[in-house]
Design a protein around this ligand. Sequence first.
Ligand SMILES: C[S@@+](CC[C@H](N)C(=O)[O-])C[C@H]1O[C@@H](n2cnc3c(N)ncnc32)[C@H](O)[C@@H]1O
Length: 218
Amino acid sequence: MSFGLGRGRALEPGLWGLEQSDLPPHDDGPLDPHTLFPTTKPSLELEIGSGKGTFLVQQASIQPDTNFLGIEWAGEFYRYAADRMRRHQLQNVRMLHGDATDFIRFWCADACLSVVHLYYSDPWPKKRHHKRRVLQSSSLDHLHRILKPEGQIHLVTDHFDLWAWYEALALEKQEIFAREEFRPPESADRGEMVGTNFERKYQAEERAVRAMTLRRRD
Ligand SMILES: C[S@@+](CC[C@H](N)C(=O)[O-])C[C@H]1O[C@@H](n2cnc3c(N)ncnc32)[C@H](O)[C@@H]1O
């Protein structure tokens, strides 16, 4: 199925797009995601489920000393986001096409990330699908491992049940993550929590948006 995101124009990820299948086999050892960028920067941030890449394009341009890696498993959205980054010629942002939960579990090296962003993640409302939610007890253990000490996870959702899920996990993991107030990124416009494409699309419905930050404890 095509969403027609290119509006008839071919989407060209170019050097901005990476396929998970092109990564070195994870049996060869952990991957330092800094190696996926032309230049190593003092910090690296990961966005899980980047959609059209709006947050990354906005934030990467005002935070040039940070590399940003977005992961998106929907092919057309991945291509749209990477094509957008290429057109902006942003050197500090790359898109990976694949499953973020596999990437953090199997590939990502220890203590390499400063921040993980998870904005408006799919809620998978049916109970039998809850195991498909990105944030799980086990994925939080991996996120703790791949974050630097004091590294942060930013969680934002407009889905009531998913928020309750996040709150329960924050409580379960309070020995390894401190729960803190979420602060909107510099790129957010006035009145926005983050300013992603999803957030702007549903802004008119005035849905309640909830957010928290989890900070790695050691
Ligand atoms: C509701 S959309 C939100 C997109 C974007 N964050 C925004 O706010 O505009 C959730 C996105 O996460 C992607 N996604 C969900 N689970 C994923 C996973 N395990 N790995 C990579 N992408 C995932 C979906 O394909 C979808 O594009």
